[in-house]
Design a protein around this ligand. Structure first.
Ligand code: GLU
Length: 596
């Protein structure tokens, strides 16, 4: 989940690392650090805290030198402390490494290394790698560059688990080594300079040429060139051009990335309504061809999967939404199965695991992804890009509505394959951006409601396809306000949860459009809450008495989860701002969850 970066070239490495770490901060942010080699000295600066404060306190930018590595940590092994922050070094402080992932056999390795006399300075799993390289290096008679590279390769053979690594050695300042296995790592190629990054935003300020590495790859950058080895053999990996604009990674006058990204939705939806047409047609054909179809995702992406389940049911096609982390425990996968993974980053560990499992079982695979060149786009049969642009806030907003749009287009194509009249569904697509604008125009009103909320507990309810909105609304709300929120079907409320409702427990009711067959029944559910003195905030196409109303356009039910989304996104946003939460980087989270 963390962000790693590496640099070698003519620039001041500390500046490149600092900027890259700021860009990657959304991936992990409990502590950070950099390691730079200058005049054959290794300088490490690290501590607990956000990049800006640690950089200032530790004087990152005072360090000279043209090669270095950096890390934003999202702790998995060992508490959040200065000692556990990366980079980690060997006993003699020659080798420094940064790591994203988990070394599953670190305990055994650590015990062995301690027996051999290695002294550990941290509690992390990562540190074993530095000592292991040192140990392998000690086996050679000569301490030279060639043997050092061999030692790195030998050490990597001994570790189990997942890793993306950037490695430097103070005695070989012309050498930057990277390696990946089940954690993302991309090589950036500039003019006589090279970068390593967990994703392309780490180096987009300097270059848009990128080479995504594959599992098992080791990249050795030296003397203005590089080579990639996998399993002892030199391999070629495709270079891609990143079309993202780094300005998208700036706030452009908005106080937070989240607000900027919420307001980008009329535009991002337009892009998603046009992008990847061929792939969408192909996947629609596969949905038709295969008996078993799963949509698999985690968190917000799981809610998008649920949207697919509801939508396809309208065309009599059974599509199952699955929580990626449970997929291996209950799915029935064979060669009559299609598995579509939904992952913004294309790196979500559980979703990748589900997709790999599906492939092993002979299933066809596809993925709906935002990040170009990410692992999911490379491991599936058909990747579909959603085109939402860089999303920096940890809390997904525009990428969620883009996911829904791609699913909606799959639904349209599938309907056509089945000779259904899809005209009304097709015609409405162009209107969605304006519907979204109508909701965004109520931003001030939503802010006032958000600021008037007093409860510590919230329940988000809906019925039908907008159960997706209830679940996603609750997730947004709890994720950034740190107030308790749950989402559930309004029908389920009576079966236990309603006993919680009183004047201190608020309900956010997502009311379906008027033509929905569940429209009137949710009105009864609202009455039931009101009868128990519960406050109700209704996201609704009609005014409902005795409730705080956030009015949304009355649209076709099938598109309503896309149109309604900005309403509850803004509600969560303004409440979190009022509570002075760190909106873009909520505590304990990271944007792409690349560990199990
Ligand atoms: N397992 C390492 C640690 O706990 C790296 C975690 C990460 O990916 O940030 O420090």
């Amino acid at each position: 989940m963390c962000g790693i970066i590496g640099y070698i070239g003519k620039r001041k490495a500390s500046e490149v690392l600092y900027r890259g770490l700021k860009r990657l901060e959304y991936r992990g942010y409990d502590s950070c650090g950099i390691g730079v080699v200058n005049n054959n000295k290794l300088i490490i600066k690290k501590d607990v805290g956000k990049v800006e404060e640690v950089a200032k306190k530790e004087g990152f930018l005072e360090i000279e030198g043209n090669i270095g590595i950096g890390h934003n940590r999202w702790a998995t092994h060992g508490k959040v402390s200065k000692e556990n922050a990366h980079p980690h070094t060997d006993c003699l402080d020659r080798i420094a490494i940064v790591h994203n992932g988990i070394i599953t056999n670190y305990k055994e390795l650590k015990e062995e290394l301690i027996k051999k006399g290695h002294k550990f300075k941290s509690e992390t799993d990562t540190e074993v790698i530095a000592h292991l390289i040192e140990e392998e290096l000690n086996k050679f008679d000569e301490y030279n560059e060639e043997n050092y590279i061999k030692a790195v390769k030998n050490a990597l053979k001994k570790i189990k688990g997942s890793y993306a690594l950037s490695i430097i050695n103070k005695d070989f300042p012309n050498l930057l080594i990277g390696a990946r296995y089940e954690s993302p790592l991309i090589l950036g190629i500039g003019e006589n300079e090279f970068f390593l990054g967990s994703d392309v935003t780490a180096f987009l300020d300097y270059t848009n040429r990128a080479v995504p590495l594959e599992d098992g790859d080791i990249v050795v950058v030296k003397n203005n060139s590089y080579y990639i080895e996998n399993n002892g053999k030199i391999v070629k990996r495709k270079e891609i051009e990143i079309k993202w604009n780094i300005e998208q990674a700036e706030k452009q006058g908005f106080p937070h990335f989240m607000l900027k990204e919420i307001f980008e939705q009329p535009e991002t939806i337009k892009v998603s309504a046009k992008i990847s047409s061929e792939e969408i047609k192909e996947v629609a054909k596969l949905i038709d061809k295969f008996n078993k179809v799963y949509f698999v995702g985690a968190g917000t992406s799981y809610h998008a999967c649920l949207y697919a389940e509801y939508l396809f049911s309208k065309l009599n096609k059974l599509v199952k939404a699955e929580d990626a982390s449970e997929f291996l425990n209950k799915s029935v996968v064979d060669n009559d199965t299609l598995v579509v993974g939904i992952t913004q980053s294309g790196e979500t560990y559980d979703t990748l695991k589900a997709l790999k499992y599906a492939k092993e079982k002979g299933a066809k695979t596809a993925a709906i992804v935002n990040v170009i060149g990410s692992t999911a786009t490379r491991i599936v049969d058909i990747p579909i890009l959603m085109g939402a642009g860089i999303e920096i806030a940890v809390c997904a907003t525009k990428t969620f509505t883009s996911q829904l749009m791609i699913i909606y287009r799959l639904f349209l194509e599938y309907g056509k394959i089945k000779d259904r009249n899809m005209n009304k569904y097709e015609q409405v697509i162009n209107k969605i951006p304006n519907y979204i604008k109508e909701v965004l125009n109520q931003s001030e009103h939503i802010k006032n409601i958000a600021e008037s909320l007093k409860a510590q507990n919230y329940i988000f309810i809906s019925k039908g396809i907008n159960l997706v909105s209830a679940l996603e609304g609750a997730l947004k709300f709890k994720e950034i306000t740190y107030l308790h929120a749950e989402g559930m079907s309004a029908g389920m409320l009576k079966h236990g949860t309603i006993s919680l409702i009183d004047e201190n427990f608020d309900t956010i009711a997502i009311v379906p459009p008027k033509d929905s067959k569940v429209f009137s029944s949710i009105l009864s559910n609202i009455e039931e809450v009101r009868a128990r003195n519960g406050r109700v905030i209704a996201v609704t196409p009609i005014k409902i008495n005795d409730c705080d109303n956030i009015t949304v356009p009355n649209v076709l039910e099938e598109i309503s989860p896309i149109v309604y989304a900005p309403a509850y996104q803004l509600l969560a946003y303004y409440k979190a701002v009022q509570l002075k939460r760190d909106v873009d980087k909520p505590r304990g989270l990271a944007k792409s969850v690349t560990v199990e």
